[in-house]
Design a protein around this ligand. Structure first.
Ligand SMILES: [Zn+2]
Ligand SMILES: [Zn+2]
Length: 317
């Protein structure tokens, strides 16, 4: 789950398409109320869903989220009854001083009874300076990274979910019939993309491309927090299959939109085009819009393969 506003738990309960029972990871883009006030409620709801004591819920977000969760859940009497384990990891903003981090850690409220956080450096995620992005975590075959994007003075990130590339299958039948090569370490080399030289009189070369199916590239999904300029994430967002980008106000309100830290449909569409995204989903519309047709039309003028996300919509990546 990416971001969790105050109504998210209710929406999840009445949504028929998604089961909350499988939810294990929550990622927060920034600490503005519409993006994280729903987390305590969601955690309580998730842990009350079944009696699976081994269930661990991982929460990731900017430095400050742990303090908020502990204050919110530490003061409720029924937090003792929560059954899931909770691990909170915080992203440290690039301009956050060492002193601030130390003082924050020192003054954190008491750990929650069901929390498995370490409360030391292991719970902090710092930016990898060589790549100027955060290596957040790996879930199964998916690597999750983040990078800061501009949103007023808030430390705000976008997340990139990249599925591992899948190596193509090896044609063992061909290797045995044509080259008389039995399964062994050569198979591994060929599968990893290397060509090999056989130890026969002709020094026969076997090309990996001849005996292996092509590699299937993993999908890439990019989900941005609020932003008036996301270009800092371009490097890891490039060639994504799907980009989820806010479009808070219409093009005619561009100046006001930027001064509030947000984007217009055309700004989102330009970014989608510039990072060579395959599909754009616009979201986070101001509640002044009763329907999204106007905003969608504006985005499509620059980037045709755009959809506007309405509640409960499902999109295939
Ligand atoms: Zn915001
Ligand atoms: Zn927002």
């Amino acid at each position: 789950m990416f971001d969790c506003g105050e109504g998210t738990t209710r929406q999840l309960i009445i949504c028929n398409n998604v089961s909350p029972r499988n939810l294990r990871h929550i990622f927060i883009t920034h600490l503005h109320s519409d993006h994280y006030f729903g987390v305590p409620n969601m955690l309580y709801f998730l842990s009350s869903q079944d009696c699976d004591f081994d269930k661990t819920i991982h929460l990731y977000g900017p430095l400050g989220i742990k303090k908020y969760i502990r204050n919110a859940l530490g003061s409720t009497h029924n937090s003792q009854k929560m059954m899931a384990n909770l691990i909170i990891k915080e992203l440290v903003g690039p301009r956050t001083s060492k002193e601030h981090v130390q003082s924050y850690m020192k003054h954190l409220p008491r750990k929650l009874p069901f929390e498995n956080s370490k409360d030391n450096i292991k719970d902090l995620i710092y930016r990898d300076e060589s790549m100027s992005c955060y290596n957040v975590t790996t879930i199964g075959n998916n690597v999750i990274q983040a990078a800061e994007i501009d949103h007023l003075r808030a430390f705000c990130v976008g997340y990139v979910i990249k599925e591992e590339d899948r190596r193509g299958a090896i044609n063992a039948e061909l290797l045995q019939s044509k080259y008389n090569l039995k399964p062994g370490k050569e198979y591994g080399l060929l599968k990893s993309g290397q060509d090999i030289v056989l130890d026969d009189a002709n020094k026969t070369i076997i090309r990996s491309s001849e005996v292996c199916e092509p590699t299937v590239e993993g999908k890439k999904l990019v989900i941005l927090g609020d932003t008036s300029n996301p270009y800092n994430i371009s490097g890891i967002a490039r060639n994504c299959d799907m980009l989820v980008h806010e479009s808070t106000f219409e093009d005619e309100m561009k100046d006001e939109c930027i001064s509030r830290g947000h984007s217009t449909p055309t700004m989102a569409a330009r970014f989608a085009r510039d990072v060579n995204a395959k599909k754009l989903i616009i979201t986070h519309f101001s509640n002044r819009y009763k329907d999204t047709q106007k905003l969608l039309g504006q985005a499509r003028r620059t980037f045709n393969n755009t959809e506007a996300a309405n509640d409960f919509d499902l999109f295939d990546v």
